[in-house]
Design a protein around this ligand. Sequence first.
Ligand SMILES: *[C@@H]1O[C@H](CO)[C@@H](O)[C@H](O)[C@H]1NC(C)=O
Ligand SMILES: *[C@@H]1O[C@H](CO)[C@@H](O)[C@H](O)[C@H]1NC(C)=O
Ligand SMILES: *[C@@H]1O[C@H](CO)[C@@H](O)[C@H](O)[C@H]1NC(C)=O
Length: 979
Amino acid sequence: MVGLGKVLHSLWIATVFLGLPSTAKPSEATQWPLHNDGYNEAVEWDHYSFQVDSQRIFIFSGEFHYWRIPVPGLWRDILEKIKAAGFTAFSFYSNWAYHAPNNQTLDFSTGAHDITPIFELAKELGFLRNNDTRYTKAWTPYMTEMAKITSRYQVTDGEMAIGFQIENEYGDQWISTSEKIPNNTAIAYMELLEANARKNGVTIPLTANDPNMNSLSWGTDYITGEGNVDIAGVDSYPSCWTCDISQCDSTNGAYVAFQVVDYYDYFQDYQPTLPSFMPEFQGGSYNPWGGPEGGCAEDLNQDFANLFYRWNIGQRITAMSLYMIFGGTNWGAIAAPVTASSYDYSSPISEDRSIGAKYYETKLLALFTRAAKDLTKTDLIGNGTQYTDNTGVRAYELRNPDTNAGFYATFHSNTSTSTNEAFHLKVETSVGKLTVPAHGGVIRLNGHQSKIAVTDFTFGSKTLLYSTAEVLTYAVFDGVPTLTLWVPAGESGEFNIKGAKKGSIKSCEGCSGVKFIKEHGGLTATFTQSYGMSVLEIDSVRVILLDRTYAYKFWVPALTTDPSVPDTENVLVQGPYLVRGANISKSTLAVTGDIVNATTIEVFAPKAVESITWNGKTVKTKRTAYGSLKGSISAPKSVTLPALTSWKAKDSLPERLTTYDDTGAAWVAADHMTTLNPREPTSLPVLYADEYGFHNGIRLWRGYFNGSATGVTLNVQGGTAFGWSAWLNGKLIGSFFGDATDEQANLTLSFSNATVSTSTPNVLLVVHDDTGHDETTGALNPRGILDVDLLGSSSGFTHWRIAGTAGGESNLDPVRGAYNEDGLYAERVGWHLPGFDDSTWESVSDSSSLSFEGATVQFFRTVVSLDLPSDYDISISFVLSTPSSSAITYRSQLFVNGYQYGRFNPYIGNQVEFPVPLGVLNYNGENTISVAVWAQSEEGAAISVDWKVNYVADSSLDASEINDASLRPSWTKERLKYA
Ligand SMILES: *[C@@H]1O[C@H](CO)[C@@H](O)[C@H](O)[C@H]1NC(C)=O
Ligand SMILES: *[C@@H]1O[C@H](CO)[C@@H](O)[C@H](O)[C@H]1NC(C)=O
Ligand SMILES: *[C@@H]1O[C@H](CO)[C@@H](O)[C@H](O)[C@H]1NC(C)=O
């Protein structure tokens, strides 16, 4: 959650935003001021919502980090999936260190570093944030470039960027929030960032995100303060941001499952004239090292999405971005937070890019918010159990002051309970007060669920007087609306269409208890819907009734690039796993998307549509009695992967031996006697790795001494879950195996098992890994050896040398990026890269167990060819495991075509499956797969490396276009100098 700056984009290029039908009557309620940032009028905002070109928009957005899926061709996949779920926007942070690996380089052009297709900006914090001139000088080039790129894509010029966040969770505006004493240093820094953005062409509003409603920083309504941004919002993780629940106490108190947080009062009190805006709202939680294998998806599952996102609507929030919508991979140790193994984040779109119940559940609500235009302007009228006839259920009543549309968001009185509650709701409608349902049914909250009932809800030319079933969406074809409602299977619903006279059942697949009652000047319908889809006709209006499973596979592809998707500009599609888009040309509707199993496809579209194609192929269809087109699509063929065999192996720790020559290009003398780091060195020379230009991953230190010594005390720091080992003259003298919480460990190691030479120099090798620098105020905590003391020696160490990533800061592999490689011998000389010649290496006899004896690092390598069909989207994961009864005291790294795509540390736990995307894998050619295995004990190690297909989708994605060979540069012989 740390970064510097992000851009909020409306999801696709919004050249034209159509105005809403003007039903507006000025209300007597408070007249809220309409703001803009003084630089543009395309994006404006008030108490109710954002407005783009004077049209209110419900911003339902999701966050993704492009560098966690460093294959530009696949960004399309993620963005199409976000769009298909009904989101109106997405947002992303950028990563300073990814683009600026050293103080000379600013890379916005190589491979995934070129963000112009999606652009955005932010950064991972590596320094304290203040107006120190050295820091200003450091961030200015990066922020300037991000501002310039953003300035080319602003909604003010008919493009899509609508907001620019210049810092992240930076809540330092006040020295004392209660006494409103300003922090002038922080203010000066924010003003520098603001001025930089404006100077470089950013005209859209600047935004900020207050973590957990605590800092009250940068909001214009709180106090007229210097450094304020245009729109301040709140970041909130009500269900804990980590899968380790014990870490949750600090913000919300002890973790209670499904406990909601009040935001309404905060926005009323501190930001009344701004929209209630959540730049980050919980999409999932990250899984820390040592957390549960596979994450904590069950705590943050589809029920979480159902309840918490509806809760926000009840709190009058009209702009929120899910963090994360796609978490991606913590590949190459590019990590924020660094404590996570995987960054899957229990996101609606999984790390392997698959979608499931959580995505589908989120889609149900996102589609509703996209269709419910009246939701962008509401007042909270009241809340409590008085709205129901069951004390176990409360409602929040929101009402649009212009149209009188009502939204009743219902919840368990205590949201952490999951009882099955039946109730009736007391609503206020244009025909007066009603208690609904009125004809024998009930509304249910069964489990961790919420429902939003509507009153006076406009759909096209018609109005729902009320509906107890949730509105999914509606579309207008040939001037007549088709309304879609859904209920969980087996539940009932009741709705009334104003002015309607008669109803009939056109199709009943799982429906029962359908009745039509003339009342309130319209027609009330009741129904119960079990598994399936039914269609009613009420006057000329089609009403589609779905159970949840059918609603999950119900899509509303837009026929326009307008993010608000006007009701005449979409079609309705039921059946496929994913529908990415649709387009009408003459009488043909072309639908694109993904199929993983054989499926029916049913399309509701204007009458002119007579045939459909699926991913370009004609689908045989029949017209149904109620006017839809129905056909079927067969399943993709299954795909099998070749076994991973023909492994070769070689030792990758020559540095432990006294005969090793450390005078080569890889090595730097570690001889600093002073440091700018605020931690005073407690032994000299300074053995902090960053001092010597090695900022990440595994480092090797060689310390020399002469004469006798009996042991050594070492204090090494590498971040949570790190480990270290030490060898004397080639012999292991001890290891710290690590655990999920220790960032630092000291051990006193005896030399009694090793041989100390009194005649030649002795070499102590210390190898440690690094799970990344700490966040925020811990950013400067050193990595490396904090203290060392040679025991029983009269002279101590004579000198030290260090090696890390080959070339240090020089960024030898700009495509894969500065964080891809650690400092092991194998990595320095490029054994992990495609094209390295391993023909002289020894073959491994047993491919199912890559094993060796002794405490060393062994590198295993194989080359496998693939030839997979390019009209399929195929997702592949590697699976790493320890053969039974083998030691788990080892650390390993997985490399795929040179990309470090996994760290498997079985002693710590927890990630065993590592999804690797197409583009990193070559689906039509050779793949170099390798693992580096660092045995931390004399037992040695054994590891099994396998792979599997996660899913095969017949997809409109073009795999051959994504499979860009330039993302996989080959080995070059210049690598050899880092031996
Ligand atoms: C850039 O980094 C190098 C190596 O750390 C350092 O010597 C140099 O002073 C830095 N230059 C600037 C302008 O900060
Ligand atoms: C940083 O801000 C403080 C407070 O406004 C000010 O006193 C100081 O001079 C500023 N430093 C620089 C380098 O601009
Ligand atoms: C003021 O802001 C600076 C820069 O963010 C920060 O380092 C400092 O701790 C803040 N001071 C107080 C008293 O909060």
